[in-house]
Ligand binder design. Sequence first.
Ligand SMILES: Cc1cc2nc3c(=O)[nH]c(=O)nc-3n(C[C@H](O)[C@H](O)[C@H](O)COP(=O)(O)OP(=O)(O)OC[C@H]3O[C@@H](n4cnc5c(N)ncnc54)[C@H](O)[C@@H]3O)c2cc1C
Length: 232
Amino acid sequence: MDPRMTAALRESAVPYRENEPLARHTTMGVGGPAAVMAFPRSPEELQQTLRLRHELGVAHRVLGGGSNLVAADEGLDELVVNTEELRRIEIREDGEVTAEGGANLIFTVVRCCRAGWRGMESAVGIPGSIGGAAVMNAGAYGFSISDALREIVVYDAAGERTEPPEGWRFHYRGSSIPEGAVVARITVGLSGPGASPPDATRAASSRTRRATPRAGSSTSWGSRGPGSEGRW
Ligand SMILES: Cc1cc2nc3c(=O)[nH]c(=O)nc-3n(C[C@H](O)[C@H](O)[C@H](O)COP(=O)(O)OP(=O)(O)OC[C@H]3O[C@@H](n4cnc5c(N)ncnc54)[C@H](O)[C@@H]3O)c2cc1C
């Protein structure tokens, strides 16, 4: 790892850790050390982190909730951009909800339901972050995040806001957002009033459905699908 990377992060006051075990940040609890892990706390710090690594030519990965990752034991001699500090959620009176990329998806859904807005309840059991859910177009029970999406803010690997002229494309458990780009925030449009908070009945029903093996399915961790291929 280029020592100028940590010097630049320090100078920009972006929090980071060296030799940070990825196992601490993945649901499976596996993964060796990342040479440098940055924890930007605002969109500006996120952009700055990406700009610095671009200028220095440092390879990087984006880490959300770590629920869909298997990291190698030997670790990574790269910069890992951890989004966990980017977790602000704003629920507006018209049912539009803006959540930063590192916000926890389940927490976001529960907050929306408690505020009386419906449209994302089906995602209440999906671990991980808003940004991870957006790039993977996560969903359940016929719902995908893209169904509710109104706006998505993506920074490219050099820290500039980016969007193709035709807009981002979403398909079953995947999107056209390239590896290395970062979902900084999304806005979804929900409807209401009348939504009820996810209660014990819904949680129990969800657990039962997940515990029931599907015919012909093999053992898997979380979701599998064509959109997952090629992502670390
Ligand atoms: C027990 C369990 C149940 C699950 N159930 C479901 C389910 O019902 N439906 C479903 O769709 N999925 C499910 N999953 C899979 C997983 O939760 C989702 O894919 C989730 O959206 C991944 O988000 P994450 O933040 O954890 O991503 P991570 O695991 O951190 O990363 C996954 C990929 O997304 C990228 N990424 C993460 N954050 C960003 C960002 N802000 N910007 C750009 N790229 C980013 C990473 O670089 C990586 O390529 C389940 C997983 C587990 C462990």
